[in-house]
Unconditional design. Structure first.
Length: 361
């Protein structure tokens, strides 16, 4: 199978290095809006899971701790039980995502009314899976005992999002780096993950959170290699485990999976890495976005990855390998990345190209 036409559509993962949701919405819409079905607020306040440290340490039974990780000069923070505290006494509060989503929804609605953003573009609320939060920021001594309550808290948070954002204006995405890395035999920040890392167990846990989202709200998953600034926790030889997981999510979850985003790291051999995608079996309603765009090797390197993908896939959209966090990307580079999307992918059906294109990378 060889396809020569451009990929269609794009997916912005989540983080974007601007100062406010409004700036994020305006910038993404201007440079890549016709490629998108949904748009994140840039996680300018949630900082993905960063805000969870401040929220969770307010729980009376919990405290912030430090732990050392090899290769890092400074200790990393974690949250754990205070001495003498019991996990069964912990109740997590509101996690903050719904409050921020409500504010972002109001901003996006105002921009649509003003003609800045097209009417059909949904707010994309990105949530870390409960396994990701408990597997990364909860101290490994306490993560297994606290994981069930955090899962319940995240499901309560989803309910708040659904109550505050109109369903016809909303998309929910689950970020699953802990699960993706665990399937590949790794761990994030050298922490022992508090869950069974078998594919079957991961699908069962993700089924629990997926079931909390009604069918009238599109839902998808961002598979992630624990990437920060294009530095990955690991780089698999190929994507066979990710393909297997995606096949099972589509086939076994209790509701429809509307989209999947998966990384294509530039360090991997694209032909070998992407070969397992020949075994991908998605439903007609499920869109696939490959994180093949990388500013480090620009249009030329990204086109090589696209060509390799087109040898095994009939259709797909584009994205970056992971979010574009402010710690690693400037505003100028982020706009160049958006313009790479516009140069490499076709707009969605019925959408014209961006009104103004920025500088090409």
């Amino acid at each position: 199978m060889t396809t020569t036409s451009k990929p269609v559509g794009a997916h912005i993962v989540g983080r974007f290095p601007l100062d406010s949701p409004e700036e994020v919405f305006r910038t993404i819409s201007e440079h890549a809006g016709p490629l998108l079905r949904s748009m994140p607020d840039g996680e300018t306040e949630t900082n993905w899971i960063g805000q969870q440290f401040d929220i969770l340490e307010q729980v009376p039974q919990l405290e912030r701790r430090a732990r050392m990780v090899s290769g890092l000069d400074a200790p990393l923070p974690s949250i754990g039980l205070r001495e003498g505290a019991q996990a069964e006494d912990v109740t997590f509060p509101e996690l903050g995502y719904a409050r921020i989503a409500a504010n972002s929804s109001e901003i996006l609605t105002r921009l649509k009314r003003g003609g800045v953003v097209r009417e059909g573009l949904r707010l994309q609320v990105n949530l870390p899976s409960p396994m990701t939060v408990t597997g990364i920021i909860i101290h490994e001594e306490d993560s297994k005992s606290l994981a069930p309550e955090y899962e319940r808290a995240m499901i309560r948070e989803v309910e708040r999002v659904l109550d505050t954002v109109p369903h016809d204006q909303l998309t929910i995405g689950w970020d699953i780096p802990a699960e993706t890395v665990a399937l590949e035999g790794g761990s994030i920040w050298e922490q022992q993950l508090p869950f069974d890392s078998s594919e079957t167990a991961i699908v069962e846990r993700l089924s629990q959170v997926a079931a909390s989202i009604p069918e009238d709200v599109p839902m998808g998953f961002h598979l992630c290699l624990g990437s920060m600034g294009n530095r990955h926790v690991l780089i698999p030889e190929d994507a066979r485990r990710q393909v297997s997981l995606m096949n099972r999510l589509v086939a076994e979850l209790p509701r429809r999976v509307d989209w999947l985003h998966a990384p294509v790291p530039r360090e991997a051999d694209p032909q070998g890495y992407l070969a397992p995608y020949g075994e991908l079996r998605l439903a007609a309603a499920t869109s696939l976005y490959l994180g093949a765009i990388d500013i480090a090797d620009g249009l030329e390197g990204t086109r090589r990855r696209i060509q390799a993908a087109q040898s095994v896939l009939a259709t797909f959209g584009l994205g970056t390998v992971c979010g574009v966090g402010r710690e690693h990307y400037s505003r100028e580079n982020a706009i160049k990345i958006l313009d790479m999307h516009a140069a490499l992918a076709e707009p969605l059906a019925g959408q014209a190209g961006p009104r103004r294109m920025g500088a090409r990378p």
